[in-house]
Every structure is written in C-alpha cells, then in structure tokens.
Design a protein around this ligand. Structure first.
Ligand SMILES: C[S@@+](CC[C@H](N)C(=O)[O-])C[C@H]1O[C@@H](n2cnc3c(N)ncnc32)[C@H](O)[C@@H]1O
Length: 270
C-alpha cells in the first residue's frame, strides 16, 4: 500500500491508552456516542443520498463511514485517509477506500455531491489546502460538510472540576505543538468562505447523559487521552491520577450531568 507522510498532529498509536488498539476502540466509541445527532444535523445541512456520491476525507478506521452506509445503503461513499493501517479497518464499510493526502486527492474535478471531514482539520497545520481540494472535487452546488470541536466550548459537566482546567489546557497545547488546533471550531465558517463556498452555516449538536449512560462519555472525559501525555513528559503522574480520580467520581455520581457539544459547518461549492 502507498505510504504518505504523517497525519499532522494525529498519531493513532499515541492518542489514547492502549496504543493503536485503544485508539480504534476510542474512534468507535466516539462515533457511537454522537453519530445519531451528527446525522440529524447533516440531514438538516443538506445531506440527501439521492445527490451523492460522498467522499469522506480522513475517514480513519471507518467509524463514521460504517454508520453513514448503514443509515444510507444507497449512498456511494469513498473513504480517504493518509494512514493505510487505519483505513484497512474500514474494509467492511462497503465504501471505496483510497489512501491519499487530503491536500492532494486523486479524484476528478466536480465528481462528488458531498465531501465530509470529521475531526480531521484540527490535526492539520494548514487546513486550507485540504478544504480547497474538497471544493475542487465537489460538483457546483455540492455540499462541503465539516464536523469539528472547539476546546473553549466543548460542552459542560456538572459537577465541574476547575482543578482539571490546566490539565486539559496541556492536551490542547500538546496538539498545537504537533501542528494541530483544538480551537479550529471558531475558524470553520471563515475557512469555508475563503474556499469560495456560499450559503455557509454552522450548527452545534449536543449529546447528553440523559441520552446515553455517563460511562459512554469516557472517550471525551476519561483519562485515556491523557496517558500519552504522561509518556511524553507533558503531564505528571500526579496530574494523570487527579484526572482519573475526577472521572471516576463523575461517572459514579448519579446526579452528574454532561452535555457534549460538537460543531458542523456546511457550505455550497461554487
Ligand atoms: C481523529 S481521526 C478521525 C477519523 C474519522 N474521521 C472519525 O471521525 O472517526 C483523524 C483522521 O484524519 C486522518 N488524517 C490526518 N491528516 C490527514 C491528511 N493530510 N490527509 C488525509 N487524512 C488525514 C488521520 O489519519 C485520521 O484517520
């Protein structure tokens, strides 16, 4: 299989505890948690299987590809990723798989009805080349759909643990040092306009522990994502233990409430 350069700030073997196996499980749990809400928003933003095909750029292990195809078996999907190992786990999705860099897609101009990038731009030092490529392969009138986060409005937890703020800031700093950006959410609408997209809109989506068990929020609130920071020296063992303790308190508190927010931006290709 083709080997391309590393995927920006994203290293699947060093994103969470348990290496690559742990990350595959995290991606799956993350998609499982919020995909129903994400799909509802994608429909509101124009996703209609009659107007495919859809190209999912940075599809990774296919956690979302699999769910998209299950929801819309008639939607033709091409799953693109720079990492052939991750993408090999998407072979059961019923999608065409393509190992490629988001900034140089080996796909013809004006050939897609939709391009979806989910949690990809936050890992790129410069998101614009990837977005311009997405617009290039979209038919005029096709929709660019980008799902992301912004660390400043990730949601809320009650009880909140202010003592964890500096620990979470270190997670953002580590991603930034590696060339990523966990505050990409606030830039989405301007970025889409810069690519020439029109009709640019931004929609938040929320998942709460009234919808799902608190334990299902572990990919976002649990200490797993902090463990690689201990290994790299960015976090002390004491800080890790504090985060693990607060997560244990939170997930066993019958009155705890969490609302997790994501952002999806959409624009129409010229
Ligand atoms: C956090 S994962 C998200 C995977 C998937 N979108 C999901 O939501 O489950 C980020 C993905 O972006 C891919 N990626 C990062 N930089 C890329 C690039 N320049 N071109 C293509 N894929 C890239 C990574 O390999 C990884 O699969």
């Amino acid at each position: 299989m083709t080997t391309l350069s590393p995927a920006g700030s994203y290293d699947p073997a060093a994103t969470t505890s348990g290496g690559l196996t742990g990350e595959l499980a995290r991606l799956e749990a993350q998609a499982d948690l919020s995909f129903p809400e994400e799909l509802r928003i994608l429909h509101e933003l124009g996703l209609d299987p009659a107007h495919g095909p859809l190209v999912e750029v940075g599809a990774g292990s296919g956690a979302v590809t699999r769910r998209l195809r299950a929801a819309h078996p008639d939607l033709a999907v091409t799953a693109v990723d720079i990492d052939p190992t991750l993408l090999s786990h998407a072979s059961d999705c019923g999608a065409t798989l393509l190992v490629a860099d988001a900034a140089a897609l080996p796909l013809p101009d004006a050939s897609a009805g939709y391009v979806l990038l989910r949690y990809v731009l936050q890992h790129l030092a410069d998101p614009l080349p990837a977005l311009r490529e997405a617009v290039r392969i979209l038919r005029p009138g096709g929709r660019l759909l980008v799902t992301e986060v912004d660390a400043s409005c990730w949601g809320l937890a009650d009880p909140a643990y202010p003592e964890l703020a500096s620990i979470h800031a270190k997670l953002s700093q580590a991603q930034q040092s590696a060339g990523g950006n966990r505050t990409i959410g606030r830039h989405l609408t301007r970025l889409l306009r810069t690519t020439g997209c029109t009709d640019v809109t931004l929609r938040p989506f929320a998942t709460t522990n009234d919808d799902r068990p608190t334990a299902d929020f572990a990919p976002h609130l649990g200490p797993g994502r902090l463990q690689p920071l201990v290994a790299s020296g960015a976090l002390t063992l004491a800080e890790f233990a504090l985060a693990a303790d607060r997560w244990n308190r939170f997930r066993t508190d019958p009155n705890a409430y969490v609302m997790l927010l994501g952002l999806t931006a959409a624009g129409t290709a010229p």
